[in-house]
Design a protein around this ligand. Structure first.
Ligand code: ADP
Ligand code: MG
Length: 341
């Protein structure tokens, strides 16, 4: 076969392979877009575990009428315009890949209106092919509908699991977002029933209420609040007491500048801080936020953006370890007193 330029739809479907693994990845990308647009309320409607329908409606800034076709074009973003911007990026998105990828593997529609516009517009895409935007009544904000995910990619569709399983993955992502954005109201319904309603926190003190809503009071009644700053880093949040340790690592939430990440340096530092207060095979629960200069952390490591790279890995490790080790000192003293160590 001669070398040939691949058609756009196929390029988007290939990119979708990395960005869109299952319905939960679609929900993640769309809710992140809503948060980047400054939404204070996001409604998530699902059918059949998101396989049949994912509809995300937000009250954010909306997309200006003339830009709607660009929103679903590859490498088109309103969030960065230079390498300098990328190095300081504060939004969750920046790659301009999610919407075109999702639209290439589903029956997709986006409707939007900015506060300045009189009318909304709706753009429909079917497996990558789109018709011109049409006028459509819409309140200020954006709605994205994704139907029949992977209808045109049988190999992917085959890997989708039962409705319950896919719904579980979606709820887990939303829990992770809910923990980090207490002021944003999230309403989740599945097959027409409201299944979860995270009410908006009014002030910073209300954050712990959101944590209790997301993780249950078993966590908030058995945790320590931590906060420590220094060396250009700030770590704060809640760490579970050793007595509340779990049999799996299912309640471990770590955010770097507001983005949920999985990172080996972080995981190792936390494990080490708990090493002498936990039995083997027990896992701590925690919700921790690390804040640092965005230039100190590279978020452009993987298209799905769950991974980061710290410029000063050892400094970050030491900082997390020290902070948590000290926070847990009181529990260590308690253990020694009862001879439990
Ligand atoms: P990225 O988030 O990386 O910029 P996306 O493909 O997710 O790329 O979105 C493309 C663009 O469409 C965004 O940069 C933004 O300008 C616009 N957009 C997408 N979703 C929304 C939304 N819910 N509200 C406002 N603008 C949006
Ligand atoms: Mg995005």
């Amino acid at each position: 076969m001669p070398i040939q330029q691949l058609p756009d739809t196929l390029v988007n479907q290939i990119a979708a392979g990395e960005v869109v693994e299952r319905p939960a990845s679609v929900v993640k990308e769309l809710v992140e877009n809503a948060l980047d647009a400054g939404a204070t309320r996001v409604d998530i409607d699902l059918e059949e575990g998101g396989i049949r329908l994912i509809r995300i409606r937000d009250d954010g800034g909306g997309i200006p009428a003339g830009e709607l076709p660009l929103a679903i074009s590859r490498h088109a973003t309103s969030k960065i315009s230079s390498l300098d911007d990328l190095e300081e990026v504060a939004t969750l998105g920046f790659r301009g890949e999610a919407l075109p990828s999702i639209a290439s593997v589903s029956r997709f529609a986006i409707s939007s209106r900015t506060a300045a516009q009189e009318h909304g517009l709706r753009l429909e895409v079917d497996g990558g092919k789109f018709a011109p935007p049409q006028p459509h009544p819409h309140p200020a904000g954006t709605t994205v509908e994704v139907r029949d995910l992977f209808f045109n990619v049988p190999a992917r569709r085959k890997f989708l699991r039962a409705e319950r399983t896919e719904l579980g993955h979606i709820e887990e992502w939303l829990r992770s977002l809910a923990l980090a954005r207490p002021r944003v109201e999230l309403r989740i319904s599945h097959n027409g029933r409201l299944t979860r309603h995270y009410k908006p926190a009014r002030d910073a003190g209300d954050h712990v209420r959101r944590v209790a809503e997301a993780l249950g009071e078993e966590f908030t009644s058995q945790c320590l609040q931590v906060e420590h700053a220094g060396a250009g880093l700030r770590l704060w949040g809640w760490v579970g007491l050793p007595t509340a340790a779990r049999s799996s690592a299912d309640q471990q939430y770590f955010y770097v500048n507001g983005r949920a990440v999985r990172d080996r340096t972080v995981a190792h530092a936390v494990r080490q801080a708990y090493a002498d207060v936990l039995f083997h095979g027990r896992y701590p629960a925690f919700v921790l936020f690390l804040e640092c200069d965005p230039r100190q952390v590279d978020v452009n490591v993987h298209p799905a953006k769950h991974e980061v790279r710290f410029r000063e890995q050892r400094l970050v490790h030491e900082f997390i370890y020290r902070t948590l080790h000290e926070a847990l000192a009181s529990t260590r003293a308690g253990l020694a007193a009862t001879g439990g160590e």
